[in-house]
Ligand binder design. Sequence first.
Ligand code: AMP
Ligand code: GLY
Length: 421
Amino acid sequence: MKVLIIGQGGREHALAWKFKQSKEVTQIFVAPGNAGTALEPGIENIAIAATDVGQLLKFALTQQIDLTIVGPEAPLAAGIVDAFQDQGLAIFGPTQKAAQLETSKVFSKNFMAKHHIPTAPFATFSNKDKAKAYAHNHPLPLVVKASGLMAGKGVVICNNEIEAIAAIDTLLNGKNSEIVIEAFLQGEEVSFIVMTDGEHIVPLATSQDHKRRDDGDLGPNTGGMGAYSPVSWVRPVLEQKILETVIRPTLKALQKENTPYCGFLYAGLMITPQDDYYVLEFNCRLGDPETQALLPRLKSDLFTLCWAATHSQLLDKSVEWDERVVVSIVLCAQGYPGPVKTGDSVNNYASDCTEDVKCFVSGATRHEQQLITSGGRVLCISALGQTVHEAQSKALYWAEQVDWPGKFYRKDIGWRAVARE
Ligand code: AMP
Ligand code: GLY
C-alpha cells in the first residue's frame, strides 16, 4: 500500500516513522516533510506545500496513493479532504465543514453550548468596545482567544483589565475578525484523542502537553514544549465519562447536522481537582508534540487503524500500548514563540539515539547529512521509561547532547507526574 502523509513537523515525522513499521505499507511519501523524514530510510519527501491541494491531488492520483493522512490543520481548512474524496481517494481527516470545530473557535464554542458539551462560560465579539465592556464587567482572570487558526499563539490569559484590553486590541484585527472571551478555569490539562470513522470510536492513550515556554509552566503560550503519555491519574471511569459526554455527543451532533466526522478528534480538556472536566478546544488532528509521545507507545498497526477508519470499519478495532511511559521534550530555536533565529547547523543529531530514545525533527532542513534549523520548534526527543522520571531523565540526557547556538528547552516536562511518583 502507498501512503501519503501531509505536513512538515515532528508529528508528521513520527507518523511516517510509525507507518514504516506496518507490514501493509510498501511506500511512504511525505509532503513536504522535513530533514527528519528525508533522512529516514524508506521515506520520501515530495516538494509540495501542505496547503497546495491541487498539486497534492494531482500527485496522489498519478502515484495511485492508497491512503492519505493529514497531519496539520491548515490543509483541512483548505478543504483537502473534500477534494480527495471527490476524486474517490481514501483520506483520513475531516471535511472542511467538520474541521470548523478547530478552525473557528466561535463555531466550536457555539456548537458546544448548543449540544451541552461542558466548556467554560463565554461570549463572542467582533466589536472591540463591546468586548472591552464585557471584560470590564466579568471577574478576572479572563481568557481572550482569536477565533481563527493562530498556530497555538492566539490565546492570551489576562490577569487584569489592562492585559485584557491589550489582548482584545491585538487579537481583534484585520486578519482575525472575531474573538471569544471566556472564564479562566483552574485544573490540569489533558489531551484526549480518538480515532473515528464517524460512528465508531477508538480512543488513544491520554497525554499531556506543556503549553507554556518556561519551566514551572511560566512564560508565554507556545505550540507545545513537550508531552508525556499516559496520564495515569485519568482513570478508565473518567475516560469513559469523557467519551460519553464529550466525544460521542459531538460526533452524533455533527452527523445530525449532515457533517459526519472521520479522522483524529482531539479534545483539549481542563480537569478540575473534583474530576469535573471542560473542553478548552477541539483539534481535528493529532497534537504536536502529543503524537511524538503517543506513537512510540503504540503497538498496534497504525496503517490498519487508519485504513479501517476511512472505510467505516473501526467497529471491531482496538489499540494496544507499550506499558512504559514516554516523555517528549521539544528543543527550540532562540526567540520561540516569537520570531526565531534560523539557519544554524545542528551538531550531534542522531535520529535513533538508542533503542528506546528517538529524535523526531520538527523544524529543520538539511544540507546533505547536516541538519539546519528552520523553525521555532526544531527537534523533539521521545524517551521510553518505566516511570515518568526515568523517561524524563533519558530525554534530558539526549536533549543535552544535540546542540546549536541558542537552543533551549524545558527541563521539567512531566513534572506533575514526577511529583506524584
Ligand atoms: P486553546 O487553543 O483554546 O486550547 O488554548 C491554548 C491554551 O491556553 C490551553 O491549552 C490552556 O493552557 C490555556 N487556556 C485556554 N483556555 C483556558 C481557560 N478557559 N482557562 C484556563 N486556561 C485556558
Ligand atoms: N499540542 C497542542 C496542539 O497540537 O494543538
